[in-house]
Design a protein. Sequence first.
Length: 131
Amino acid sequence: TLAKQTWENLTTEGITQEELDNKRISLMNRVLATEETIFDKSSYLASMLIKGKLPEANTYEKHLLRLEQLTDLNLVNDFIKNSFAKQAEAVMVIIGNPDEEKIDQLKDIEGLDFVEMKEIDSLVNSLQSET
């Protein structure tokens, strides 16, 4: 499938300098467009104090500086290749209660293997028993 080919290409070849530059600029623009309210600031301060850390000043500026300095394509591609070296597996979650006919149609899709199927009730019960 196209998604699988794209993933395999990313994890073996990495990204291009143009892709890195575009993403870096996109992330910088997103940070610049973010409006931080007093509630956001107080939430950040509280979370840092709870973690036992001193809050940092100028977090946006530091984040932008790190993004601006992220220009080494080899460093990024080495990270991608090393982080995602293992074969990725797609997971499908179906919300609802499909009948057997619908499940059979899904099982007929080429390249789609059903490893395990769980009903939501059994999944919820197993999670509740763990806590």
